[in-house]
Write a protein that binds this ligand. Structure first.
Ligand code: ZN
Length: 267
């Protein structure tokens, strides 16, 4: 039952990944060329209208070997990475749900907000990873979803916010660690090393993690991932800016998934 639910979450996630990847392209075209792609999915090279069987997440990509059915131009890695990424994110967050627990309505709503947040963050990761920008509208939506997730979660655990005085300090220090570092880097480098969206993303992730040591683990993971994956590119190109967005978001999902495990190691 549990494994079936997790597999279903993975499949739903891959569909969302495919959808978000398309939406990222649409938004970019709209903002840069003021052009619309129309309502159907098309090949960006030849305009071939994709059929339903060309749009099955992961499977279509594998069967067509990442190429357009008609013109055989490469579709690119973004599609398959988005589908796999969101699928895995849904699966990972799903593993933190305890099926035997008796969740209150507030806790269930908090879980729903968390999944919605994973979606908007995935969109930001795809957009930042492809175009090196974090659209501010999606940062604002993510910030609202992050606050809702935490408020409903805290209320679910402790109705009436009795424990709020004890929770304020850990949440604020988590926000200060993740948002603060990127804000300092942004101000020192005048936006040359990190973008202005990165520190807002740090604040959003800091709110949800709500513990300073979880924030530190996320920061550590994000920087290790960024170094391993980005360094070869940064050396080659003259642009010294590192797009931290996708790495911060991946590190956030990993930290959230293993939060209980990390907690048991520390305490
Ligand atoms: Zn084509």
């Amino acid at each position: 039952m549990r494994i079936a639910f997790l597999i279903l979450l993975f499949i739903v996630g891959t569909c969302f990944g495919s959808f978000l990847c398309c939406q990222a392209r649409r938004l970019r075209l709209k903002e840069t060329k003021k052009k619309s792609l129309g309502s159907r999915s098309v090949c960006l090279s030849c305009g071939y209208k994709l059929r339903w069987y060309d749009n099955i997440p992961i499977l279509s990509w594998v069967f067509l070997r990442g190429k357009c059915r008609k013109c055989h131009k490469k579709i690119g890695l973004t599609e398959i990475l988005s589908e796999l990424g969101v699928g895995l994110a849904f699966f990972s967050i799903g593993t933190t749900i305890d099926f035997t627990a008796n969740y209150s309505l507030f806790s269930i709503l908090s879980i729903i907000f968390l999944f919605l947040l994973v979606l908007t963050l995935s969109f930001l990761a795809i957009y930042d990873g492809t175009y090196g920008e974090l659209p501010s509208l999606f940062l604002i939506i993510s910030l609202i979803l992050a606050v809702l997730t935490v408020v409903f979660n805290e209320w679910g655990i402790n109705p009436g916010f009795d424990n709020l005085p004890e929770r304020i300090f850990p949440i604020l220090s988590s926000v200060a660690i993740l948002g603060g570092l990127y804000l300092v880097l942004y101000l020192i480098s005048k936006g040359k090393w990190v973008g202005d969206g990165d520190w807002i993303l740090g604040v959003i992730i800091g709110i949800v993690l709500g513990e300073p040591w979880l924030a530190l683990i996320t920061l550590f993971l994000a920087n290790i991932l960024a170094c391993l994956i980005m360094l070869p590119y940064v050396k080659k190109s003259r642009n010294k800016k590192i797009y931290f967005g996708p790495f911060l978001i991946i590190a956030f999902i990993i930290t959230l998934t293993f939060a209980n495990f990390f907690q048991s190691m520390i305490k």
